[in-house]
Ligand binder design. Structure first.
Ligand code: ADP
Ligand code: ADP
Length: 224
């Protein structure tokens, strides 16, 4: 299914035009949204996640209108915001069981299965008994992905996930995303050109609220 963003505009109260006639069509796989700080990436991600409303424009995923159909949105969307990661003093496994319960997975056997699965995908299975509050930044980011995967979202939005990670952690995180991108539509924003080089088959480059380029990673290589 395609995510289609049509003519999206957003001007904040302070007069900053963060989204300026943004049009994008994004298919399955790993899509990179690249741009410097202030380009409008988070504004776009938050708008897709319906955390903020645009002044005008439409966002659809397949035939679902994401801006109006909240029930469908809940079913299909996984969103990892940029600032994430204050956790109570519980182990990853305990927390994931808790969240799975909240998400309506009421059978204990089903919970055990999905929790083990998301721990494995995110490479946290070995540390599942440790407290998430003691995790490193990269492990917390991967835990965020694990949590998001519990209800099998079809559309995954990850905002600047590698900011602040050291090279080894960044690498581990990108490997997890790569695996997920093989089965989902994943959009991730970054200001790090190499993130996009290593991971994405397609990308858009944003600046000043506008999409300056959208195409294959190969075509985009000359712009990076
Ligand atoms: P990026 O994620 O690419 O760094 P943002 O979407 O965070 O870009 O920001 C785009 C522009 O909008 C910046 O100039 C930023 O200062 C401004 N901005 C972002 N959020 C708000 C807000 N809530 N209120 C006012 N201005 C904002
Ligand atoms: P990978 O297994 O892909 O190399 P990990 O991030 O899982 O990536 O790191 C390897 C292992 O190191 C982890 O499975 C975990 O057991 C251990 N580890 C890494 N950071 C921590 C930490 N902060 N606390 C406890 N164990 C850690």
């Amino acid at each position: 299914m395609n995510l289609t963003i049509s003519n999206l505009n957003k001007t904040y109260n302070n007069g900053v035009k963060a989204l300026d006639s943004v049009n994008l069509t994004i298919g399955p796989g790993m899509f990179g949204l690249l741009g410097p700080n202030g380009a409008g990436k988070s504004s776009l991600m938050r708008t897709i996640a319906t955390l903020q409303t645009p002044d005008s424009g439409e966002i659809t995923f397949g035939d679902i209108n994401l801006l109006t159909d909240k029930n469908a949105l809940r079913r299909v969307l996984g969103y990892l915001p940029q600032e994430f990661g204050v956790y109570p003093n519980l182990s990853a496994e305990e927390l994931l069981h808790y969240f799975a319960n909240l998400k309506g997975i009421t059978s204990k056997a089903d919970r055990q299965k999905i929790v083990a699965e998301v721990l494995q995908i995110t490479n946290l299975y070995d540390v599942r008994k440790k407290s998430v509050s003691g995790y490193s930044g990269g492990m917390k980011q991967r835990f965020g992905i694990a949590q998001m995967l519990l209800n099998n979202p079809k559309l995954i939005i990850v905002d600047e996930p590698t900011a602040g990670l050291d090279p080894a952690e960044r690498h581990r995180f990108l490997n997890v995303l790569r695996e997920i991108g093989a089965q989902h539509t994943v959009i991730f924003s970054t200001h790090i050109v190499d993130d996009v080089r290593e991971l994405c088959h397609e990308l858009a480059i944003m600046n000043g609220g506008r999409v300056l380029f959208r195409g294959s990673a190969q075509e985009g290589e000359s712009k990076l």
